[in-house]
Ligand binder design. Structure first.
Ligand SMILES: [Zn+2]
Length: 357
């Protein structure tokens, strides 16, 4: 009797998507020898190959770059209830130029200038109509595409549609505490987030960035909305004060276990937080994320906040290799106070680590 075994060769093509590329039929007699060879050689070789293409560099602080390199006043920008989204509306070229600086610095993913953008915010603080506000939010994807088109980059650059938490439009830093979570219903959060998720997903972004979230409750609203766009994937990134809980107080292990059930969520992690908490957060993730997920890390560089300039050092640069040693991280970038120069430093550090592996 002739017996066969089918051997699947799966290749990680772009770091985000698993593609089945080959299917072999192997005679049973050859299986034993093949499996012995795989045990000896293939695991290490395959992992090394995957590692060389799987860690992506995210951009840095778009708002930070606007006052470091874009001529904006830091205090004026930070005091504006529309923050970055004011610039997306009034001066799209400035946002495009910021994207281009991060692309030139070596990032693989740029996030759209839609953080803190909302229809209600534009209507109240920029006196736009609903239709105009929606057009501006959608235009953040066009701005990112234009930046990619005008850049000299020959590598693939991905666009992540930035979705900020409800707390961001409250403009009271409550995305770092979750103080609004108890008093804001699931339905209210869903109604608020629906428009931006719809506008950005409909523009065909490569992924959505659900970022700076303080609580699981809001993350679940977003992943439920994401189901309406089955071809869209997302990362979910939380704020934290201790590396063990979200800033609202949800235990990361439970949060990640819950989010492991969502196939569209390809990465989870933290942003806009103290880099010293990264290893603790990764320990929580190690116990709870799904095999289809990796971690995303983009801390702030607030320790440089008062004196940040073009050449400010990235204080957590030496820590990155330890994060990568966990083999759990697929995206590294920077949040507030990280500059294009810092992103270039991150890229070199990541590529050095890959070479040494
Ligand atoms: Zn930040």
């Amino acid at each position: 009797m002739r017996t066969s075994i089918y051997f699947l060769n799966v290749n990680i093509q772009d770091g985000f998507t698993l593609l089945l590329v080959e299917l072999y039929e192997i005679p049973f007699d050859a299986c034993h020898e093949l499996l012995q060879t795989l045990r000896r050689n293939s695991y290490r070789t395959t992992n090394k190959k995957a590692m060389s293409t799987s860690i992506r560099i995210l951009d840095g602080g778009l708002g930070t770059d606007l006052f470091i390199n874009g001529g904006y006043n830091k205090d004026t920008l930070n005091d504006d209830p529309l923050w970055l989204s004011r610039v997306t509306y009034e001066n799209p070229s400035a946002v495009k130029n910021s994207h281009m600086r991060f692309i030139e610095a070596g990032c693989d993913i740029i996030t759209t200038g839609s953080y803190q953008a909302s229809v209600a915010g534009y209507m109240e603080h920029a006196k736009l109509s609903r239709e105009q506000a929606e057009n501006v939010i959608a235009s953040s994807v066009d701005i990112a595409r234009k930046a990619i088109d005008e850049s000299a980059a020959e590598r693939k650059i991905y666009i992540a549609g930035s979705i900020s938490p409800y707390g961001a439009i409250l403009h009271d830093l409550s995305e770092y505490t979750g103080s609004y979570i108890d008093d804001t219903s699931y339905e209210k959060l869903r109604d608020y987030h629906f428009t931006n998720v719809h506008l950005l997903a409909s523009k065909g972004v490569d992924m959505l960035a659900f970022e700076t979230l303080p609580a699981l409750k809001e993350a679940l609203v977003l992943v439920d909305l994401l189901k309406q766009y089955p071809n869209c994937k997302a990362w979910i990134s939380f704020t934290t004060k201790d590396g063990i809980h979200t800033s609202y107080g949800d235990p990361f292990v439970e949060v990640f276990q819950t989010l492991a059930k969502y196939p569209q969520v390809f990465a989870i992690g933290s942003n806009c937080f103290d880099s010293n908490l990264t290893k603790t957060m990764l320990e929580c993730a190690k116990k709870s994320i799904s095999s289809h997920q990796k971690c995303i890390i983009y801390p702030d560089n607030w320790k440089c906040a008062n004196e940040v300039v073009k050449s400010s050092p990235l204080l957590w640069l030496p820590e990155i290799k330890e994060w990568l040693d966990t083999r759990m991280v697929s995206i590294v970038g920077g949040c507030c106070m990280t500059t294009p120069i810092n992103i270039n430093q991150i890229k070199k550090t990541v590529r050095d680590w890959e070479q040494s592996y």
